[in-house]
Design a protein around this ligand. Structure first.
Ligand code: SF4
Length: 476
C-alpha cells in the first residue's frame, strides 16, 4: 500500500500544528505505517500543484504555498492508494507564513484524485478557520471514511512516527503532547477538549523523552511541550524537563504552552524558568474577567487567580534572557461572544488588564478572538451565537482599545527601543519590508524596512513599536 499523509494543519486549544510547528497527528499516523510506504505532503504542495500559484503576488510572499515539501506531487498522487487528510482548526488565528486548509478548499482540490480518501484530525469534531462562526458545513461524501484514530497513550507509536521530519525540507518546531483532556469535570461552555477526552490523562515521562530523543537524533532542535490543556497540571515536571536535557543537551528551544492559572505555583514556575529556554510563555485561557461571563460559561479562573498567576510568573520570569526576551511570561487569551457578554465585560477586561499594566507586570501577548460554536458543547446546546450577534458591533472597538491602551504600552516595556533580539529568522516579504521572528512560542514579529534574504538568522536592534509587533535594524 502507498499512503500519502496530506497535512492541512491543525490548531486546537491544546495543540498547534501550523508551520513552523509540526503537529502530532501526521506523526502519530506515520508511526502506525511503514516508513517505506508513506509520503508526507502539505496543503501548500497541493495548492501549488493544482492551482499553479506563484511564490509572490505584488511583491508579497504568497503564504498559501510557503510550506511545500519540494516533492514530485504528480508522481506521489498517481502512486497513492490511500490519502489521509489531516485537517481541523478549533482556535483560528492569523499565521505569519501559513494558511490552514478548509474543508471546502480540500474538497475542490482532492475530489478528482482517484484513491481511497480518509479525513482525520480535529475536523472529525468540526472545523472553522474564521472566528465567530459555526463549524464548517460541507458535503463530505467524497471521503471514503472519517476516521477518529484512537491514539491511546499505551500504543501511541509517537517515536516511530518521527521519521516524517526527514520529508520536510524546512525548520520545524516539534509540538509535543504531555496530556489530554481537562481536569475539570464540567468544562468551559465553548471547549471541545472535554468532548474529545473524558477526564485528564497524562503521558508518561519516559515515552515523551523517547520521542524527543528520536527527533533530536534526526536533527530537530526546537521543541514545545504544547499539546495539553495545562502544563502546570503535569505531575512529573521536574523529571520530564531534567530528562529532556540529560538526553538532548544541544536543544536550542524548549518552550511550553497553556496553563490554567489556578494550577500555577511558585515551585513549578521556578522549574520552568530553570529548565526551559528564554522567550517562554504560559498562555492562560482566562477568556474573560467578567464574573457574570465566568459563571455562565463555567470558565476556569477568577480575575484574582489570573492576576495572582501573572504576578507569580513575572516574579521569576520577567528578567531578560540572552536572546533579548524575558525568560518566561504569561499570555492572556480573551474570547468574545460567550454567554452573558455585555458592555460590562469589556469594562472588566480593561480594568484588570490596566491593573496588570499599571503595576509593571508584563504579559507577552493578549490573544483576542471570537468564539466558534461546535456541536456537543454547552454553548451550542444553550445559546449558540446569540451574544456574537448581539455584540458584534462592539468587537472592533473593544479589541482596538485593548491594542492601543494595553498592548502597545506593554510592548514598549517588554522590549524597549535599543534592545537586541538574537537569532531572528526572516520569513516573508511584504513590498520592501521583510518580516521575521525568533523560533519559539508566540514570538514577536519584527519588521525590517528592506528586503533581506529569507530563512537566515539575524540579530536585530529594535527601533520602534507597532501595536503588536516591532520594527528593527540588523546589527549582525
Ligand atoms: S479549562 Fe476550559 S478551556 Fe481549558 S481545557 Fe478545560 S474546558 Fe477546555
Amino acid at each position: 500500500m502507498n499512503y500519502t499523509i496530506l497535512d492541512c494543519y491543525t490548531d486546537e486549544p491544546a495543540g498547534l500544528g501550523v508551520p513552523p510547528y509540526l503537529g502530532v497527528y501526521p506523526r502519530y499516523i506515520a508511526g502506525r505505517l511503514n516508513e517505506k510506504e508513506v509520503n508526507y505532503i502539505t496543503i501548500d504542495d497541493l495548492r501549488k500543484f493544482k492551482l499553479n500559484e506563484k511564490k509572490e503576488i505584488n511583491r508579497k510572499t504568497n503564504i498559501r504555498i510557503y510550506n511545500t515539501t519540494n516533492k514530485d506531487i504528480s508522481r506521489i498522487l498517481k502512486k497513492t492508494d490511500e490519502l489521509i487528510v489531516v485537517l481541523g482548526v478549533h482556535t483560528p488565528g492569523k499565521y505569519l507564513s501559513a494558511i490552514p486548509g478548509t474543508l471546502r478548499e480540500i474538497s475542490a482540490l482532492i475530489k478528482d484524485i482517484s484513491c481511497r480518501k480518509v479525513l482525520t484530525g480535529p475536523a472529525v469534531f468540526g472545523t472553522q478557520s474564521m472566528g465567530g462562526r459555526f463549524f464548517e458545513r460541507t458535503d463530505l461524501s467524497f471521503f471514503d471514511e472519517i476516521r477518529d484514530y484512537n491514539f491511546d497513550f499505551s500504543d501511541l507509536r509517537a517515536k516511530q512516527g518521527a521519521y516524517i521530519i526527514k520529508q520536510i525540507p524546512d525548520l520545524r518546531i516539534i509540538e509535543i503532547e504531555t496530556g489530554r483532556g481537562c481536569s475539570r469535570l464540567k468544562g468551559c461552555s465553548f471547549c471541545l477538549e472535554p468532548v474529545k477526552h473524558k477526564g485528564a490523562v497524562f503521558r508518561r515521562t519516559g515515552f515523551i523523552i523517547d520521542e524527543i530523543k528520536e527527533f533530536y537524533k534526526l536533527g530537530a532542535r526546537y521543541f514545545r511541550l504544547g499539546k495539553q490543556s495545562c502544563f502546570f497540571s503535569y505531575p512529573w515536571i521536574k523529571e520530564l524537563l531534567e530528562g529532556i536535557w540529560k538526553n538532548c543537551p544541544d536543544i536550542e528551544v524548549l518552550h511550553i504552552d497553556n496553563a490554567n492559572p489556578s494550577f500555577v505555583t511558585e515551585d513549578k514556575t521556578k522549574l520552568i524558568v530553570k529548565y526551559c529556554t528564554e522567550g517562554n510563555v504560559a498562555a492562560f485561557g482566562a477568556e474573560s474577567f467578567d464574573r457574570a461571563v465566568i459563571k455562565a460559561n463555567n470558565l476556569n479562573a477568577t480575575p484574582e487567580s489570573v492576576y495572582k498567576a501573572v504576578k507569580l510568573i513575572n516574579k521569576h520570569g520577567s528578567k531578560s534572557g540572552k536572546n533579548g526576551m524575558p525568560a518566561f511570561l504569561p499570555g492572556i487569551n480573551l474570547l468574545f461572544g460567550l454567554k452573558d457578554e455585555s458592555k460590562n465585560t469589556h469594562k472588566e477586561n480593561m480594568h484588570w488588564l490596566k491593573k496588570i499594566l499599571d503595576e509593571d507586570l508584563l504579559l507577552r501577548r493578549i490573544n483576542i478572538r471570537q468564539v466558534n460554536i461546535y456541536p456537543e458543547t454547552d454553548l451550542f446546546d444553550t445559546c449558540k451565537n446569540k451574544f456574537i450577534k448581539k455584540n458584534k458591533k462592539h468587537y472592533w472597538k473593544w479589541r482596538n482599545e485593548v491594542r492601543q491602551e494595553i498592548d502597545n504600552p506593554m510592548l514598549k516595556k517588554l522590549v524597549p527601543v535599543g534592545r537586541v533580539l538574537k537569532k531572528v529568522r526572516m520569513e516573508i516579504y511584504d513590498g520592501n519590508t521583510t518580516f521575521g521572528r525568533q523560533v519559539g512560542t508566540y514570538t514577536l514579529i519584527v519588521g525590517i524596512k528592506k528586503r533581506i534574504e529569507l530563512n537566515k538568522f539575524y540579530d536585530i536592534k529594535i527601533t520602534g513599536h507597532m501595536l503588536r509587533s516591532v520594527t528593527g535594524e540588523i546589527i549582525n
